[in-house]
Design a protein around this ligand. Structure first.
Ligand SMILES: Nc1ncnc2c1ncn2[C@@H]1O[C@H](COP(=O)(O)OP(=O)(O)OP(=O)(O)O)[C@@H](O)[C@H]1O
Length: 516
């Protein structure tokens, strides 16, 4: 004969013995095994609105496959499940699953072999349905009324335990959101203090016009251009001038995340989804909810992640890795690449349907060598910034010759290369005394050759045809001091019609009428 008071006292001590729900359940189960057959125990929830069952914590016997955390019930059982949940009896013995109602049979069949016995107990606190506690054992007809009575004595301690787990999870969720907000605020601060777009009225004018057209919409944007042209700075501009500017802005470099982690990084994972997934985690899409996600290097996205991304773009929902819960997300997608995605679709490295979805509003950012007019302003911007960063009190000025040399170079690394170059030049000039003028040519030995001409090109650095043509035209213009037409004009030197030369200059972004 069991002493019920003693049973209650000892069981309650174990149920409340740890903050970790699984540890507490394990201890409770070990104690219950002294009084009845128990090979597994779990807390579960059912959300009638989403029609999803969820295991909050569980101890599973080694002989039965570990269950999925979430379980979506078939549509035809929704009404039945909701009714069952709302009017759940306090305690129920299930000794033979095949004799239960169809929806329950279906739910059980997804997790247990047919010959298992169960006791389930609905947990209510202050008239609120909190969840279910259940124990089970292998074999049919393992439980009787006295087992059920003992379990029912533990209703209150189990109900308090489940409510604690729920509150704990809510705290973790809020902590996560706060961390997001924090990084968002840091990000915004950086935008305010730093990144101005130079050339917005010159070489980047066309780009900025497109930014202002597309920013207020929710359409996906695809930024195209070589490495270092400023794709990220444009993505920032789109987000911060959109309606979503006060919501999260999450940036992901798809090429920097190992292939086996990218799915879980972007879409999150459930606990136990793979080795090392010791707790469930929200992915970057969930974190970006209501805001913008910037997917840099989109061409590096592996095929499985491409499928999931397509689903976000089409249905605005995600599924975490290892989960079956469908999570709605409202995220604007900006992507960027220096690769030719169309070519990649032909070799099946990139999905055509995905490209079609991303490419709603493409923006091509021209390389720096096609907007050499921006170079003086960019150099002065970087000189100012980097001088401040390096603690150089008197900002050096630049010689006109140095600027011209920089404009003649083809900048394969674009604005980033120019930025690094200015920084290197400043470091080398930093002698302690104020520097009046900075001539890049003297500093060039360790970095770039600024006066590269087509004949300087080695076999390893074959330039695109347009760049070679642009350099050749500039060379001719330099000889004619910028004059296009006439006997002493560049067109005559190049043996082409002046209007053809002007057309080429327009196309290649070579400015007119300047003394070179
Ligand atoms: N128009 C600009 N005005 C001021 N700074 C710029 C401009 N364009 C680029 N930069 C600076 O140049 C650097 C490279 O730009 P960004 O990272 O945006 O290029 P990217 O095209 O995204 O490069 P990648 O493809 O390599 O990621 C950054 O430090 C950025 O602040």
């Amino acid at each position: 004969m069991v002493d019920e008071n003693e049973f209650f006292r000892r069981a309650t001590l174990r149920i409340s013995s740890s903050l970790k729900s699984e540890t507490a359940l394990q201890r409770a189960m070990t104690y219950l095994q002294q009084h009845m057959p128990v090979s597994g125990i779990f807390f579960a929830l059912y959300d009638p609105n989403l029609n999803i069952g969820r295991l909050l914590a569980f101890i599973w016997p080694p002989g039965i496959d570990r269950p999925k955390r979430t379980f979506v019930f078939p549509k035809e059982y929704w009404g039945w499940m909701k009714n069952w949940w709302d009017n759940q009896e306090r305690i129920r013995i299930i000794n033979d699953i095949s004799k239960e109602e169809k929806p329950l049979q279906q739910a059980f069949a997804a997790m247990w072999p047919n010959d298992t016995s169960h006791i389930t107990m609905g947990l209510r606190l202050e008239e609120m349905q909190l969840g279910i506690l259940a124990i089970f054992a292998e074999g049919k007809n393992r439980y009787n009324e006295s087992h059920a009575h003992l379990i029912s004595l533990l209703h209150e301690p189990f109900a308090i335990a489940i409510s604690n787990i729920l509150q704990h999870q809510e705290i973790l969720r809020l902590k996560d959101i706060l961390a997001d907000d924090n990084s968002y605020l840091r990000q915004e601060l950086m935008e305010i203090t730093g990144k101005t777009i130079i050339g917005a009225n010159f070489g980047m004018r066309g780009v900025m016009e497109m930014v202002s057209q597309v920013a207020p919409l929710n359409s996906p944007v695809l930024l195209l251009g070589e490495a270092g042209v400023g794709k990220e700075i444009i993505a920032n501009a789109i987000h911060y001038s959109s309606k979503r500017k006060n919501d999260p802005y999450i940036r992901v470099n798809c090429g920097a995340i190992p292939e086996n982690l990218i799915d879980s990084e972007l879409f999150g994972h459930e606990k136990g989804a793979f080795t090392g997934a010791i707790s469930s985690k929200r992915g970057r899409f969930e974190r970006a909810n209501h805001g913008t996600i910037f997917l840099d290097e989109i061409g590096e996205l592996p095929p499985a992640a491409q499928v999931r991304l397509l689903r976000v773009l089409q249905q605005h929902e995600i599924e975490r890795v290892g989960g079956s819960e469908v999570i709605p997300v409202d995220v604007r997608v900006i992507s960027a690449t220096h690769q030719n995605l169309e070519l990649m679709t032909q070799s099946r490295k990139f999905r055509e349907d995905l490209l079609y979805r991303l490419n709603v509003f493409p923006i091509m950012i021209p390389p720096l060598r096609h907007r050499t007019d921006d170079i003086p302003a960019l150099v002065s911007h970087f000189l100012e910034h980097k001088s401040r960063e390096l603690g150089i009190e008197q900002m050096p000025s630049i010689t006109r010759e140095a600027i011209e040399q920089l404009q003649a170079y083809h900048w394969p690394g674009n604005v980033r290369e120019l930025e690094n170059f200015v920084e290197r030049a400043l470091i080398q000039t930093k002698t302690g005394k104020p520097v009046e003028a900075i001539s890049f040519s003297r500093l060039a030995s360790t970095s770039v050759d600024h006066t590269i001409t087509p004949s300087d090109q080695t076999d390893e650095s074959i330039l695109p045809m347009n760049d070679v043509i642009a350099m050749h035209i500039k060379k001719a213009l330099a000889q004619t001091r910028g004059k296009v037409e006439g006997i002493d004009g560049a067109a005559n030197l190049l043996k082409i019609h002046p209007s053809t030369l002007r057309g080429r200059m327009r196309k290649l972004g070579i400015p007119y009428g300047r003394h070179r």
